[in-house]
Design a protein around this ligand. Structure first.
Ligand code: UD1
Length: 371
């Protein structure tokens, strides 16, 4: 008999899809191979709701549609977290799962973990132990709180194991399995490479810089955002920029009255948020990536594309010590200098952190379904 028989998976926001998809599939395969009866229930909280931030990912990642959509939408952190908690609790009482599996660090992660724990349902956290040590980041609060109440903690890199140990989490709850997001990348790379995305976006292989920006610390404060606009305008003079614009960033540019000016920056191409395969294609073809995302630091490391992270800290240090990432902050001079270095010739050889091998989800399934 498997350890868990009815598993609820939680999806809330864009970065969750590529982590849940391989786990769902691996559990299905593992259960079929061992003739174990395991029921999986996919719950979408609706934290992200726009088609380009949510629905198209199900098709691209070959995931079944969610069994339940809580449709919570946006709100302040308190409102969003509270709405998810309120809507998710009856799912647990009605469906009676024996495990809730949450991934990453978004508001849906902590909200559903908290509900489950209070109803004595086990919680598994995938991507546990990552720490930026910056409690002003909402994601850091979500990470620390989720790990503290999880029963099974699946880590992606060695720093995660060390952080959990330092926080007094028992070793027998922690499983170093590698990176599920890299599982998705490995299996979708061939399909992504054959997409016509670059032509569609008007850029050419190896001749553009891919930019993503959405962290509140970069885009919510008008002075910071204005300075970043200037930095991007200068960066675009070195190489054309492609920027799929996050709704938070677009919303702020509009609110501050700068959207038209932003769209008019020469050699800066703005597009809507892209689907998974198109975005992957853009990462593979980029000369360099400028970002404040968490996941892109990891994907670029796997792909060997130089990544400049416009943040003061990272919860993913393996991308620096064993990857292509550099932590630069958002100072104009430093970003431009780092970009010049990233654009200079480099060797094709690049290391990849341990267990980022496309098999992390299989390891998770083996733990969850072991007797
Ligand atoms: C959230 C996550 C962040 C993750 C990011 C990826 C938290 C605390 N933050 O941040 O960790 O890296 O998603 O995208 O959970 N909006 C839309 N359409 C949508 C979703 C949002 O228009 O589908 C708008 C909202 O109305 C809001 C803004 O975008 O104005 C921000 O959305 P929100 O979910 O609050 O946070 P993110 O910045 O997306």
């Amino acid at each position: 008999m498997p350890r868990y028989r009815r598993i609820v998976h939680v999806i809330g926001a864009r970065p969750n899809y590529m982590k849940i998809a391989p786990i769902y599939r691996a559990i299905e395969q593992h259960a079929a191979a061992t003739a174990a009866g395991v029921e999986q229930i996919l719950v979408h909280t609706g934290q992200h709701y726009s088609p380009e931030m949510s629905t198209q990912f199900f098709d691209e990642l070959n995931m079944p549609r969610p069994d339940i959509n809580l449709e919570v939408g946006s709100g302040s952190h308190a409102v969003q977290t509270a709405r998810i908690m309120e809507a998710f609790e009856p799912v647990l009482t009605e469906r009676q799962p024996d495990l809730v599996l949450v991934v990453g660090d978004v508001n849906s992660t902590i909200a559903c973990a908290l509900d489950a724990k209070k109803l004595h349902v086990d919680v598994a956290h995938v991507e546990a132990g990552l720490r930026s040590f910056d409690m002003r980041m909402p994601e850091e609060v979500n990470r620390v709180m989720t790990d503290r109440i999880s029963d099974l903690l699946f880590t992606t890199e060695e720093s995660g194991n060390r952080n959990l140990q330092a926080e007094g989490i028992a070793d027998d709850k922690v499983f170093f399995v590698g990176n599920c997001m890299i599982d998705s990348l490995v299996s979708h790379l061939p399909k992504a490479r054959s997409r016509p995305t670059l032509e569609e976006q008007g850029v050419t292989e190896g001749n553009y810089v891919l930019v993503t920006l959405h962290r509140p610390s970069n885009v919510d404060d008008p002075d910071t955002l204005k300075q970043l606009m200037g930095t991007l305008a200068e960066a675009a003079q070195r190489k054309p920029i492609l920027i799929p614009l996050h709704p938070r960033t677009r919303g702020n540019l509009e609110r501050f009255g700068w959207l038209d000016k932003f769209l008019a920056i020469p050699d800066l191409k703005v597009c809507e948020p892209l689907g998974y395969l198109d975005f992957l294609r853009c990462q593979t073809g980029a000369a360099a990536i400028l970002t404040d995302s968490g996941g892109i630091q990891e994907e670029s490391t796997y792909l060997g594309v130089p990544c400049i992270t416009m943040r003061e800290n990272t919860e993913r240090p393996a991308t620096i010590s064993q990857g292509t990432n550099r932590l630069i902050g958002n100072d104009r001079e430093q970003v431009l200098t780092a970009l010049d270095e990233a654009l200079s010739p480099r060797s094709a050889e690049h290391p990849v952190p341990p267990l980022w091998d496309g098999k992390a989800a299989e390891r998770i399934a083996a733990v969850l379904l072991s007797a």
